[in-house]
Design a protein around this ligand. Structure first.
Ligand code: NAD
Ligand code: IPM
Ligand code: MN
Length: 344
């Protein structure tokens, strides 16, 4: 079966890493790729972030692949809000799945950590929290300014992501799920996370369910990442700890992610952004993007194709045929070549 994929390279290094992910997808067969120009360039040229029917356009594909969005020429980040956050909301992609897997001991910034100790999944709630943009500013620009940004936590939203994390652990035979919140300080919203977590954990007696405050989680991720199999947390905390997770894998250039609504059109993108200082220099690491493409194929039911890509990436990493951020000497394109060579 041929899958129809929308491809949004976006901005900065997003374009360069997407070009490599596209080559890998083309070599994996059975993908019909449709490039969409939505980006800062497109917004600045047309005044339009995406067309009025943009979310319907995306829904008409089997999956969406995104490079990165963000450009200093659009300081309010309006296009990224519409294209990236808007798609997460409008397509109701409530699962932000961000695997953290160290592919080679030498890449981990923590001393002595082996790949089997840095191997866990973060499930970030992806449709609510502080990201909903509810709030406002009173007397902006004055010394009396009041700025309000609400954090939304709903039973539906918390319940479905917590259940998803436990279900993932059960189906993969993983034994540990850790929920992280800040219920000691955020006694309203995060009391809901506590209630849901205690209800759901009772349905998974074979799983050791633990709770950590998010600050302690950040500490343990550095001190002893081997204690985690599955982490579930809210939108903002998940954003922050998955950059930390990127670092544990060797850098942001290594980290993959999926924005998923099980059974519906979902969106895949590297964890990193458009990295303006690196853009246009052929230095960005394409592995996060390529592994996100593999995650997309896996989610589309093509586990074998996904595995082939992962094995090719692992082999390139083991041989040091990688970009400079992870200790190699290659450019973005050449790192893509190194992976493509190993696919065949
Ligand atoms: P960033 O992830 O773009 O980059 C931070 C730093 O990480 C870079 O300067 C670089 O040192 C390193 N890095 C990131 N990706 C790399 C790669 N592939 N290879 C090598 N090194 C890499 O984060 P930022 O600088 O905070 O944000 C830049 C822009 O990207 C902002 O506009 C931000 O809003 C946006 N952003 C977009 C996404 C997305 O589209 N999903 C994610 C994060 C940030
Ligand atoms: C990410 C990014 C986005 C987020 C930004 C670009 C709004 O950092 O996908 O991790 O915070 O979700
Ligand atoms: Mn982020």
């Amino acid at each position: 079966m041929t899958h129809r994929i929308a491809v949004i390279p976006g901005d900065g290094i997003g374009k360069e890493v997407t070009a490599q992910a596209v080559r890998v997808l083309e070599a994996s067969g059975d993908c019909e790729l449709h490039a969409l120009p939505w980006s800062a360039d497109h917004y600045l040229a047309t005044g339009e972030t995406m067309p009025a029917n943009g979310y319907d356009v995306l829904r008409s594909f089997d999956a969406v692949f995104v490079g990165a969005l963000g450009d200093p020429r659009v300081p309010d980040n309006r296009h990224a809000r519409d294209i990236l956050l808007g798609t997460r909301f409008e397509l109701d992609l409530y699962v932000n799945y961000r695997p953290v897997r160290l592919l080679h001991q030498g890449l981990c910034p923590l001393k002595g950590r082996t790949p089997d100790e840095v191997d866990f999944a973060v499930f970030r709630e992806n449709t609510e929290g502080v990201y909903v943009g509810i709030g406002g500013r009173f007397k902006p620009g004055t010394d009396d300014e009041v700025a309000i940004q609400e954090e939304i936590n709903t039973f539906k939203g918390v319940n479905r992501i917590v259940r998803h994390a436990f279900e993932f652990a059960r189906t993969r035979g993983l034994t540990r799920v850790c929920m992280a919140d800040k219920s000691n300080a955020m006694a309203q919203g995060h009391a809901l996370w506590q209630r849901v977590f205690h209800t759901v954990r009772a349905e998974y007696p074979e799983i050791t369910a633990t709770h950590l405050y998010i600050d302690a989680l950040a500490m343990f991720l550095v001190q002893d990442p081997g204690q985690f199999d599955v982490i579930v947390t809210n939108n903002l905390f998940g954003d922050i700890v998955t950059d930390l997770g990127g670092a544990l894998q060797g850098g942001l250039g290594m980290a993959a992610s999926g924005n998923i609504h099980p059974g519906r059109t979902s969106m895949f993108e590297p964890v990193h952004g458009s990295a303006p200082p690196l853009a246009g220099k052929n230095v960005a690491n394409p592995i996060g993007a390529i592994l996100s493409a593999a995650l997309m194929l896996e989610t589309l039911g093509r586990a074998e194709d996904a595995k082939r890509i992962e094995r090719a990436v692992e082999s390139a990493v083991h041989d040091g045929d990688v970009t400079r951020d992870v200790g190699g000497t290659l450019g973005t394109r050449e790192a893509g070549d190194a992976i493509l060579r190993r696919l065949r």
